[in-house]
Design a binder for this molecule. Sequence first.
Ligand code: SB7
Ligand code: NI
Length: 179
Amino acid sequence: MITMKDIVREGHPVLREVAEAVELPPTEENKETLEEMLQFLKNSQDPETAEAYDLRSGVGLAAPQIGVKKRLIAVHFTDERDELYSMGLFNPKIISHSVEETHLEDGEGCLSVDREVTGIVPRYKRITVEGTTLDGENVTLRLRNFPAIVFQHEIDHLNGIMFYDRIPDFQDDLKRDLQ
Ligand code: SB7
Ligand code: NI
């Protein structure tokens, strides 16, 4: 079972590396890793399990966050219309996106970041994602708003990108704070 002690935090190089594509059809080992990642998200959102194991709630997880340099992501959340997005994807890829952007009013957080980082994170409002599910099915997902934001956050992890890299002037603000 994945718990918070398995979650890699800021400063670990794997979070800044580009993860490697996995072979398809997926191996049993990669399937198990992805199933565990999805189970972690479910556990983290179950009040009893989260309390018992001291889990921070998460709507998504990327393999580099458990120290695995592979292109795997899991998501588990409902959108504004109560539609459930619960899946693991091998080799997810954004194949197209809108020009229009959106963001979460309260900014974003990350299980690998143990501090409050404030600032607007611009994201594409609509994206199309291709990938392979846990059942080995190739899927094309058309996502907008919150689901699009979550998938962008997770796919960024596969490319060594942290959410605050996208906050305009974030580095400048940090430098100013340090002066
Ligand atoms: C806010 C939070 C997340 C995605 C988009 C907006 C997920 C947070 C959990 N993770 O660190 C997953 O990488
Ligand atoms: Ni994250």
